[in-house]
Design a protein around this ligand. Structure first.
Ligand code: E4P
Length: 215
C-alpha cells in the first residue's frame, strides 16, 4: 500500500518525505487555511519536495467553474491532481478532465455507490473518509471493503485513497483490505513509528552497553 501525507504544512511534508515513505500528498481547504501563503505557492513547493501525485482541491461547485479552476491548477505542475467533491457537477467535470488526460480525485465519498459513480466517470482516485463515518458511529472501514470489492469485481483502475485517517489502526485495516493508498496526517505517521517495546528495548540495550563499558 502506498502512503500519501495528508497535510499542507511544508515542514511536515519535508520531514515525512525524508523518511522515504511518501508517495504523494493530499491537501484540502481546511489544511491550507492553517498555513501561511497562497495555495498556488504551497502546491508548487510541495511538488518540489514530493515526486508523486499532489492533490489540489477546487472550490467551484458548477462544472464549468470546476473545469476552469482545475485547468489552472493543473498548469502548476504535471504531478497536480484535481480534487473534486462528489456532486453531479463534480462528475461532469471529472469526465471532461479524463478526456483531457488531467488526473482527478473525487473526494468526500461516503457510500460505495458514490465511489462506483466516480470511477465510471473516469476518476483517477476516489477518497472515502473513514474517520468522519466513525465519528457518526458508521463503520468507515466497511466502506473501504465494499469499494475494494466493487472495484475488483469490475476491474476498475480507479485507486482507493483511504482518507480522514485518525489512528494507526485505520492504516493497518486499510492495508489488510488491500486499499491502494492511505493518506495519513503527520501526527499519525509519528504514532505508526512508535512501539513501547521498541523504546524499552533501546533503553535496555543502552543500559547494558554502559555495563560493557565498565568492564
Ligand atoms: C484527504 O484528502 C481529506 O481531505 C482528509 O483526509 C480529511 O480528513 P479529516 O476528516 O480529518 O478532515
Amino acid at each position: 500500500m502506498k502512503f500519501f501525507i495528508d497535510s499542507a504544512n511544508i515542514d511536515e511534508i519535508r520531514e515525512a518525505a525524508s523518511l522515504g515513505i511518501v508517495d504523494g500528498v493530499t491537501t484540502n481547504p481546511t489544511l491550507l487555511a492553517k498555513e501561511q501563503g497562497k495555495p498556488q505557492d504551497i502546491f508548487k513547493q510541495i511538488c518540489e519536495i514530493v515526486d508523486g501525485p499532489v492533490n489540489a482541491e477546487v472550490i467551484s461547485l458548477d462544472w464549468q467553474g470546476i473545469v476552469e479552476e482545475g485547468r489552472e491548477l493543473a498548469k502548476i505542475h504535471s504531478n497536480i491532481v484535481i480534487k473534486i467533491p462528489m456532486t453531479k457537477d463534480g462528475l461532469k467535470a471529472v469526465k471532461v478532465f479524463a478526456s483531457e488526460g488531467i488526473k482527478t480525485n473525487v473526494t468526500l465519498i461516503f457510500s460505495p455507490i458514490q465511489a462506483l459513480m466516480a470511477a465510471r466517470a473516469g476518476a483517477t482516485f476516489v477518497c472515502p473518509f473513514v474517520g468522519r463515518l466513525d465519528d457518526i458511529t458508521q463503520d468507515g472501514m466497511e466502506l473501504i471493503a465494499q469499494i475494494k470489492q466493487i472495484f475488483d469485481n469490475y476491474m476498475l483502475d480507479t485507486e482507493i485513497i483511504v482518507a480522514s485517517i485518525r489512528h494507526p489502526m485505520h492504516v493497518v485495516e486499510s492495508a489488510m483490505i488491500g486499499a491502494d493508498i492511505a493518506t495519513i496526517p503527520f501526527a499519525v505517521v509519528e504514532k505508526m513509528i512508535k512501539h513501547p517495546l521498541t523504546d524499552i528495548g533501546i533503553e535496555r540495550f543502552l543500559a547494558d552497553w554502559e555495563k560493557v563499558q565498565k568492564k
